[in-house]
Each structure stands twice: as C-alpha cells, then as structure tokens.
Design a protein around this ligand. Structure first.
Ligand SMILES: *[C@@H]1O[C@H](CO)[C@@H](O)[C@H](O)[C@H]1NC(C)=O
Ligand SMILES: *[C@@H]1O[C@H](CO)[C@@H](O)[C@H](O)[C@H]1NC(C)=O
Ligand SMILES: *[C@@H]1O[C@H](CO)[C@@H](O)[C@H](O)[C@H]1NC(C)=O
Length: 472
C-alpha cells in the first residue's frame, strides 16, 4: 500500500504520528491474528503465520491458518489446501502431510516437515470447512445440515470475508489444491468463487490441482462401482493370483453391481488371497484393517452378501516406512492450551478445545461432475488456466485406474503422450499424460491416498512445477 504525506504545519505532528502508527500496523494482514511463536519451536518462525476465525453472516466462524510464503512471498502464489471427508480439516494436511512448515516430532516438539513444506513455494491457506469442523464454530443454535450446495455457498462467503481481512494477498496468483473428497469440494469452491466474485479486491484464481479425488456419488472413482477399481489395484500389485483375477473379470463382466453367485464366489477368492491391507496405501500402510469384500460391502449398493465375510485373517505387519503416529501426535499438540493460546483459539467454558474429527451432518449431493454442466470438471478446465489431476498409484480407496479413466474420458486431445516424470535428482517419480487446455493427469509412484504424506519430495516437485506452469 502506498501512503503519501502532505507537509503539515507546526503543531500538527500528533495526528501525523497516529497516522504513521496506523500505516505500520496495516500492512494488509490482520495483525491481531498474527502467531508470534509456537510451543515446541524455540527459534523464530520461518515466515509469518496468522490464525483466527472468519465470521460469516449466519453466526458461524471459520478457522483459517495462513502461512506466508518463505522468502520473497510477494513473488510466490497463494495456495489453498482443501482436505476431504466431508468433515476433514485442512490442518491435517498442514501437520501430517508435510504441507505446513512443521510436524510434531516423537518427543512432542516441532521439527521442520519433510521436504520443508509447501510454504517454501507459496503462501499456504488452510481452512476448517464447513463450520463445525475442527476449531470452526457454528452459531449458538447449532450446526446446519450441509450438502455440497451449502458447502459452495459457505466457501464463497468465506473467500470474500477472508480477502477483505487480508488485502495484501489480492495481487497474488491463487491456486486451489486438495485431495479425496476435495475432488468435489475444489471444483465447487473454485467455480463458486470465480462466478460470485467479491466486493473487495481478491486474487485471480489461476489453477486447481487435485489428488486421488472423487467426482460425485453417481460417477467416477467414488461412484457405485468404485470397488472394481480397488480390485484392479490389488491385482496390479500382485496381491491376487493372475488366474483368480482372470476368473473375477470373466465372472463379473459388468463390474460388481448386481453381482451374481459366480461373481461373488470369484470375489471372495480374490479377497482371501489379498488378505488384509491398508486401504490408503495397499503397499505400505499403518492400518491393515481392510479387505476386498469389506470394501465391496461398504461401498457397493445392494452388496449385503459381501458384509457376511468379516475381516479375514490377521495380516502380517508391513515393513512400513510410514510415520504411523503423526496423526495422534498432531491431535494432542493442537489440543494443548498453550498451542491454542498461540493460535488464538478461544477457550470454551474456560477449557481448551479437544481438536479432532467432528461429526457434521453432511449429505453428498454432487452426483456427477464429469458430464458438462455449470458445476463440472469440463467447466473448471474451461474457466481456469490449468488443472492437474494426480494419483498416488498405491491407493486402494480412490485408485489411479478410476482417475485415469475419467480424465481420459473427458475427451481432450493428447498434447503430450504418456511418459515418466522425474525428480530433479533424475529419479522417476511417476507417469504423466498432458491433454490440450493445460489439463494434465499424473501418477505419483508408490504413494498412497495422501500423496504428500508418503512422497513429500515428489508432491513438492509436482506442486512447484504446476504453480510455475512448467511441464512435469
Ligand atoms: C482402520 O484403522 C484406522 C487407523 O487406525 C481407523 O481410523 C479406522 O477406523 C479403522 N477402520 C476399521 C474399519 O476398523
Ligand atoms: C439396489 O436395489 C434397489 C431395490 O431392489 C434398487 O431399486 C436399486 O436400483 C439398486 N441399486 C443399484 C445401484 O443397483
Ligand atoms: C495454458 O497455460 C498458459 C500458461 O499459463 C496460458 O497462457 C494459456 O492461456 C493456457 N491455456 C488455456 C487453454 O487455458
């Protein structure tokens, strides 16, 4: 912001001093929300951070946490990270997926996150949406019943109120990123923001990047036949004998909806062979409590037959490289009174708030974001400069095959065919196919559902190149 000073006559210096003080405080960031220090980190914060509540008209308050980009932030973009769920908090991504600057170490102190965090590339905005999630609060009469339309309206209101509180961000290029149910949240939030506009200055939305995402309840990787992708994933990874996999494909030619006896028997055999696995990373997970038939039971309409087969035998433990305790350590850290004081979370009845997943009443109403309409991926690709869809290729929850199929199925011409992409070290990090209109599909090799958790360096490389508009 620019301030121009008119020379004043003698004796008029008091108001001038007062004006200077205002100028100094008003740098376009909401000063009262600045985080001065964080318990467990004794040095200066690597960059400025702000956390507070954005008040909405219905009386709810949306918690945000802004980490200003490290170094020359004015030349770096602004990135929103959207957690899935519904009901997930973006603070999970910030603290357990290597997006924020810190992670909670085994001794409860803070350490720099693996790869340094996404705030080395951008000013990161994390939110707890909708109201009722995490530290976000609902009006006194309670949280409303949500659906995807209400989510979109609440997110549009949030953006305008947030950018009014942080006018310094308006000149930055803005990107939305997310994963899982973020595959529905991000297009709705993005198209709502682009169409509704704000009264105050707001940044221009340039692109969207979504990992292992859903595309509606009726179609794509979270549609009624999603278990077929999971079966393919297990077969791809040699967890099902090739002969059994062939039997399943022969007996269930149209997928698993309305499976007949032969299809059910073949699926049970495949499930027994695969054993228990972690649905979020079939190769290297922490919670091996999923089986193929359980997934069919949970996710396939009218598949009650599959529910009769229980959990299957106990699984031998994987030699896991994953940090299985970071979620619990993060929840403990964010539930501390000193941490909540530092990030300006008000106490409730004098006590700190227990941070964690909360039950919000949410009905998934977006049925189909693939068929062109005013709320769809084709519309998103049309409205934004670039869209990158990526998939950790070891995810059993929203497997890469379903995502590859829908991205190809949108029908854009191939601009650059399928090929490997690599880290700066030359190490292959996955595969990529570029379509026209700056629409790209990429995989991240040996990464599960939460790609930046499992492959922090590859996720950061993906982000960096995407933000800069470079090819992978
Ligand atoms: C599997 O384990 C994870 C992590 O411990 C837990 O969150 C989830 O609820 C478990 N699922 C089932 C079906 O037990
Ligand atoms: C499930 O069964 C009900 C009742 O027979 C039927 O109306 C519905 O269409 C079925 N759903 C699917 C996805 O097949
Ligand atoms: C593709 O990206 C380039 C560079 O950001 C941009 O100039 C161009 O307008 C984009 N094309 C489309 C079709 O959005």
């Amino acid at each position: 912001m620019g301030a121009s000073f008119v020379p004043r006559k003698r004796g008029a210096w008091l108001p001038l001093l007062a004006a200077l003080a205002v100028v100094r405080a008003d740098d376009g960031f909401r000063a009262a929300d600045e985080i001065r220090s964080l318990p467990g980190w004794s040095q200066a914060l690597p960059s400025k951070q702000y956390s507070g509540s954005i008040a909405l008209a219905d009386g709810s308050g949306i918690r945000y946490w802004l980490v200003v980009g490290e170094g020359d932030w004015e030349r770096k973009p602004l990135v929103l990270w959207v957690q899935g769920g519904p009901g997930g908090s973006s603070l999970e991504g910030m603290w357990t997926e290597n997006m924020g600057p810190f992670a909670v170490a085994a001794d409860g102190a803070l350490e720099r996150s693996a790869s340094g965090g996404w705030s080395t590339e951008a000013t990161m905005l994390f939110w707890e949406m909708p109201a009722g999630v995490g530290f976000s609060t609902c009006a006194a009469r309670g949280c409303p019943k949500y659906d995807d339309t209400k989510f979109e309206a609440q997110s549009s209101e949030f953006f305008c109120e947030f950018f009014a509180a942080f006018p310094a961000l308006a000149p930055l290029d803005f990107f939305m990123t997310g994963e899982s149910y973020g595959g529905v949240y991000v297009p709705l939030a993005a198209l709502g923001f682009v169409e509704a506009g704000c009264a105050a200055a707001a940044p221009r939305l340039v692109g969207a990047m979504i990992g292992n995402g859903c595309t509606g309840t009726a179609i794509g990787p979270c549609g009624p036949d999603r278990a077929a992708n999971t079966f393919d994933q297990l077969a791809d990874r040699a967890m099902v004998a090739p002969a059994t996999a062939e039997r399943v494909r022969g007996a269930c030619p149209a997928g698993f909806l309305g499976a007949d006896d032969a299809c059910e028997r073949a699926l049970r055999a495949a499930s027994a062979e695969a054993g228990r696995y972690d649905t979020y990373d079939v190769m290297d997970g922490c919670a091996q409590n999923m089986t193929l038939v359980k997934f069919v039971c949970d996710e396939t309409p009218n598949a009650s037959w599959a529910c009769a087969f229980g959990d299957g035998p106990a699984a031998p433990r994987l030699a896991s490289g994953a940090d299985c305790g970071v979620g619990a350590r993060t929840a403990a850290y964010l539930s501390r009174a000193d941490v909540q004081d530092a990030i300006h979370v008000p106490r409730v009845a004098g006590k700190p708030v227990v941070w964690g997943a909360r039950d919000i009443h949410y009905t998934r109403t977006a049925a189909d974001l693939l068929t062109p309409s005013r709320r769809s991926y084709p519309r998103l690709v049309e409205k934004l400069d670039r869209v990158l869809i990526y998939s950790g290729d070891a995810d059993g929850q929203v497997p890469w095959r379903g995502t590859e199929a829908w991205t190809r199925g949108l029908g854009y011409a191939t601009a650059r065919p399928w090929r490997p992409w690599a880290l700066p070290t030359g190490e292959v990090a996955g595969s990529v196919v570029a379509y026209e209109r700056n629409f790209t599909f990429a995989t991240v090799r040996n990464a599960g559902h939460m790609v930046p958790t499992y492959k922090p360096d590859a996720a950061l490389a993906l982000l960096r190149r995407f933000l800069r508009g470079h090819e992978l």
